[in-house]
Design a protein around this ligand. Structure first.
Ligand code: FAD
Length: 318
């Protein structure tokens, strides 16, 4: 079922969804199930599975020589989605990127998803390859998520890349896109970022999931701004409980979000990471309850392999 239908059918009740990462290459899929199992009692209507593009590594080939090679450290997004649907009968949402995909790759990826009975896709640009400063699209790929959304929407209208194909079968994907209450790191301003977010909706996206934030005011202000700009689709908040002291620096660095002073003070006071974990859980419970009371349709948790934290939060909120 489409995310938009799940939200409609919930009749104002707040739903819980979450995101998982494919395991590192070589690991068993059981690690994914171990992550999902503790959260099934909260009836998640959908589970997102991230996509991880290729990275360059250098392999020592002897004689002081290094060979550059391309590896995917976390393959398996599509297989995991199929496994989730099969094992839990829950909608699984694969993330799909511009980065590393030609338009032809994208079309074939979407055909696989359609054949598997996947109803939703999360369309994202992706970041630059780790060794590069700026995002570079493939030679025949998309530079922005809005263009990727257009291609998916074309397929929803039966329009394939080869326009000579006749009597084509149209897909029916519900398309989600990402957004940043504290602005995407490359955007010159929040207004500019919202302008391009609007383009993603105009091109066919029907719901939004936000980057994580730790101060609900940032989310509420962002939603207000989006509504004023005429964006009417659901804006699902992304939440992550802080779990280690290291994350005080890592989260702002990697995700370009601010941490509230009160949270920083509480984390700094902690003697060990078990105490930080508890602070993170309590902070996220407060955030979740406030969002739930404001009638937000779905709370989306970034589990990052730590579903026990999410379970502790969900037990208090749902
Ligand atoms: P876009 O919407 O394309 O925007 C990128 C930047 O370009 C923004 O600054 C925007 O303002 C600007 N822009 C957009 N269109 C134009 C235009 N036409 N002209 C000029 N500027 C423009 N990454 C992964 O690798 N895998 C994942 O699974 C993944 N999941 C994510 C899930 C969520 C909910 C979110 C919020 C992010 C996720 N990301 C993931 C990270 C994401 O790929 C990066 O944040 C990426 O840098 C931007 O992706 P986007 O789709 O928001 O890009």
């Amino acid at each position: 079922m489409k995310v938009t239908e799940h939200i409609k059918n919930a009749n104002g009740k707040t739903l819980l969804s979450f995101e998982i990462l494919p395991p590192l290459k070589g690991q068993h899929i059981q690690s994914i199930f171990d992550n999902i199992d503790p959260l099934m009692e909260f009836n998640p209507p959908f589970i997102d599975v991230t996509y991880h593009r290729e990275e360059y590594t250098y392999k020592d080939v002897g004689n002081g020589l290094l060979r550059k090679q391309i590896v995917k450290k976390r393959p398996g997004t599509v297989g995991i989605c199929a496994a989730i649907k099969n094992k839990y009968n829950v909608d699984a949402i694969p993330h799909i990127l511009c980065g590393g995909f030609t338009k032809e790759d994208t079309e074939n990826f979407l055909i696989d998803l359609d054949f598997l009975g996947i109803d939703n896709v999360m369309a994202l640009r992706g970041d630059a390859v780790k060794s590069e400063t700026y995002f570079k699209p493939e030679k025949d790929g998309h530079a922005y998520a809005s263009d990727l959304v257009s291609q998916i929407e074309d397929l929803n209208n039966g329009k394939y890349l080869d326009e000579e194909l006749l009597n084509t079968c149209a897909t029916n994907f519900c398309i989600g896109v990402g957004a940043y209450p504290e602005k995407h790191m490359e955007a010159p301003s929040l207004d500019s970022d919202i302008h391009f977010l609007k383009k993603k909706i105009k091109n066919g996206a029907t719901y939004i999931v936000t980057q994580m934030f730790f101060d609900n005011k940032k989310y509420f202000d962002f939603v207000d701004k989006c509504r004023k700009e005429g964006i009417t689709v659901p804006i699902i908040p992304g939440l992550k409980p802080i779990a280690t002291k290291k994350q005080l620096n890592l989260i702002p660095h990697r995700f370009h979000v601010d941490l509230p002073e009160d949270l920083i003070i509480e984390v700094v006071k902690c003697k060990d990471n078990a105490a930080v974990r508890q602070v993170g859980i309590e902070w996220c419970i407060e955030q979740s309850k406030e969002l739930q009371n404001a009638g937000i349709p779905t709370l989306h948790y970034y589990s990052m392999g730590k579903s026990e934290n999410i379970k502790a939060i969900a037990s208090e909120v749902f």
